[in-house]
Design a binder for this molecule. Structure first.
Ligand code: ADP
Ligand code: MG
Length: 680
């Protein structure tokens, strides 16, 4: 941009992207022309406004730069108006009742703070998507609104703390992305993977993840080649891919980027997911982003690393050398603790999906209960606040491994706790509940807004305090805040039942499933939060509530139908065919030997019992799906899908999987777990 734009235009644009100054049309015209030239030089013929509707995936509609002249020639044109605003027909995107189809008009608006990029011969312009009357229909708009809210409150508090040189803060996000890779041919043979992203049937493989030999294991050459290609494709688009490794489950891997400003990080995570699938396809793999593609081995998450940085390059969650007296750090730490406690329920909602519900609380991901892990060092700091000594020292321990050739180094002050949903990890928090397929916008909208609100509370308490009393008053406030929000702190093992019981005693939420969680969106304290900081209007909240429930019911509906279809048309035909063979064998045996006995007889009896159970379960599932579909109220419907349909599906899966484990794999119409998980 610096190279291609006149310096006044560059400066104006920089002001907009960095500090949110509004943009005038002359600037937009100049930027559009420069973008177009750059895009055409790099082979682009089209441009698209790229946005993130409530489907959770991105959307795009391409227009060419071509503009015919009356003399029969064409020129390549792209105006500031076209850059700034698009008008896609919005009627076919989820709106949760916000917009009837007769009011189809929607707008996309350029987000100049997120870099445009070129992909597949199109210039991609990141945009926000809203309805004709300005309601947000996407994930970017509320994220940007929440960043503004946090900025406003954080700067106010920082000024109060004497940091007058701060004019702006940014939320920084690094989102680690987990995924599975399996062979493409095998993938195509499984209707459940194709249609729902997860296996709905399948007996466990004899080997799972129990040997712990996959995590950080040597990358297989085929996988390494894929990762190499993926990194390159991402770097080309400006996505700073950084870390790659094997994950816990067989066939599971992870990619982590270098952190960026929240909204760019969010765009880049969407791109990462898309490019992962594309590059996988090129390498003859299928990339699975579903939260729980396979029963019995870990599912996939997306860790949301979150911090706040000032324009003066100060990370507000960095404890520094002396956290006991680092007032700024302590204030922001406490604001975060209070925010997570006050809005536990919203954080839970922000990660709710049919897919992610399979993970939370399944002893592989954090439980559905939100709590915070601060680590030993910070626990000591908090203890000093609790006991009002406000003193302590941070020891820097040299690490000595005992062999002289190995280097000595200073130990980290925080250990890791993989079971905590919200963990302090040195200079940032890591929110571990998001599912692998979710947009990181949702959890960050809640985090930013919740912290904005607790910062405003802090500001209101301190704003009239005299400078000489400030420090004492801050410590008092820290102590009070800690007293009120201690219950959210938990440093132990989050996977145990004892913790779930303890959490209940402490009055923490345990919202186990999406239908349990989503009604919290309408809780008055939450509506107040959203409306006060202009994140969502009441109508926008209602719309998101409906979309959550609708998506959930639709997802499980499709899963149920797919399962029924697979059982009827893929599984039972192979079962019957195999049973017939065994029957024949038994009859021959009887003819020859005069008796039927042996393993064949046991197999036939056991398979017959499975067939009876399959029949009953199938009938029940089919009848219940009809009932669920005939339910009008969206919450009641979602509950039916959770309480009844998912149970029915489990009931059907059990005899199918039992039978599957008794028949030869070549008799099956689809690949089994051992083939899928160990295919590469
Ligand atoms: P782990 O797997 O141990 O949690 P990784 O190194 O894989 O750690 O991921 C850590 C993530 O946190 C990276 O994406 C990194 O860029 C990000 N991160 C580091 N510092 C910050 C920060 N200040 N704000 C936000 N994210 C950060
Ligand atoms: Mg992590």
């Amino acid at each position: 941009m610096k190279k291609r734009l006149p310096s006044d235009v560059y400066k104006a644009l920089h002001k907009t992207t960095k500090y949110g100054a509004s943009l005038d049309i002359d600037v937009a015209n100049t930027v559009a022309a420069a973008m177009k030239n750059w895009a055409i030089e790099n082979g682009a013929t089209h441009y698209t406004h790229w946005f993130q509707p409530m489907t959770g995936v991105t959307a795009e509609k391409h227009d060419s730069f071509v503009s015919p002249r009356s003399n029969g020639e064409i020129i390549m044109e792209f105006s500031g108006k076209e850059l700034v605003k698009g008008e896609p027909d919005a009627s076919s995107f989820p709106s949760g009742g916000l917009r009837a189809t007769f009011e189809a008009r929607g707008y996309t608006a350029w987000d100049p703070s997120s870099p445009a990029f070129i992909k597949d011969k199109s210039l991609y312009i990141p945009t926000a998507f809203c309805s004709y009357s300005g309601e947000a229909l996407d994930k970017k708009t509320p994220l940007l609104r929440s960043m503004d809210a946090l900025n406003e409150q954080a700067v106010k508090v920082l000024h109060l703390l004497g940091k007058k040189d701060v004019t702006h803060i940014d939320t920084t996000i690094g989102s680690e992305q987990e995924y599975f890779l399996i062979d493409k041919d095998l993938y195509k043979k499984r209707k459940d993977l194709l249609l729902t992203g997860r296996t709905l049937l399948g007996a466990p493989a004899p080997k799972g993840q129990e040997m712990e030999d996959h995590y950080f294991g040597v990358l297989k050459p085929k996988v390494a080649a894929f990762m190499h290609d993926l990194d390159e494709e991402l770097w080309k688009l400006g996505v700073p891919a950084k870390t790659k490794h094997n994950e816990v489950a067989p066939a599971q891997h992870e990619l982590a980027p270098v952190f960026e400003t929240a909204n760019i990080a969010c765009d880049h995570n969407q791109l990462t997911m898309e490019i992962m699938k594309k590059v996988a396809d090129k390498h003859h793999f299928a990339c699975l982003l579903h939260e729980k593609p396979f029963e019995g081995v870990n599912g996939s998450g997306k860790h949301d690393n979150w911090s706040i940085v000032t324009n003066t390059k100060l990370n507000l969650l960095d404890p520094g050398d002396d956290p006991y007296h680092n007032i700024t750090f302590l204030v922001f730490l406490m604001a975060t603790i209070a925010a997570v406690d006050n809005y536990q329920d919203l954080l839970r909602v922000s990660v709710a999906s049919a897919g992610n519900d399979h993970r939370l609380g399944a002893n592989e991901a954090p439980p559905a209960v939100v709590s915070i892990y601060v680590g030993d060092e910070l626990a000591k700091v908090l203890h000093s606040i609790d006991t009002e000594t406000f003193e302590g020292t941070t020891e820097k321990t040299e690490m000595s491994i005992g062999a002289t050739v190995l280097p000595n180094f200073v130990k980290d002050t925080t250990d890791r706790n993989r079971t905590s949903p919200f963990a302090f990890t040195g200079n940032k928090f890591e929110f571990r509940m998001p599912g692998s397929a979710l947009s990181v916008a949702d959890p960050n909208i809640i985090l930013n807004t919740a912290v904005a609100s607790t910062l405003e509370d802090i500001y209101e308490t301190l704003k009239d305090v005299k400078e000489e009393d400030m420090e004492a008053e801050i410590y008092k406030l820290l102590k009070k805040t800690l007293d009120e929000h201690k219950r959210i702190l938990f440093n132990g093992n989050g996977y145990t039942d004892a913790w779930i019981e303890e959490a209940e005693k402490r009055g923490l939420y345990n919202l186990k499933s999406l239908p349990d969680a989503v009604p919290q969106l309408k809780d008055p304290k939450n509506v107040d939060l959203f409306t006060k900081y202009h994140i969502f209007t009441k109508e926008e909240i209602d719309s998101r509530y409906e979309i959550y429930l609708e998506n959930y019911a639709k997802t499980i509906h499709i899963e149920a139908l797919t399962m029924i279809d697979m059982v009827k048309r893929d599984f039972t035909p192979s079962l019957f065919k195999y049973m017939k063979g065994v029957e024949k064998e038994l009859l021959q045996k009887k003819e020859l030997l005069g008796a039927v006995h042996g393993y064949e007889l046991r197999v036939l009896k056991e398979l017959d019992a499975c067939s009876v159970a399959i029949d009953e379960a199938l009938e029940k599932l089919e009848a219940d799906v009809i009932k669920a579909e005939n339910t009008d109220d969206s919450l009641e419907k979602a509950r039916l899908y959770h309480d009844v349909i998912l149970e029915d599906m489990n009931l059907l899966r059990t005899p199918v999987d039992t039978a599957e484990s008794k028949i030869p794999s070549e008799a099956l119409n689809y690949p089994t777990y051992d083939e899928l998980l160990f295919s590469l």
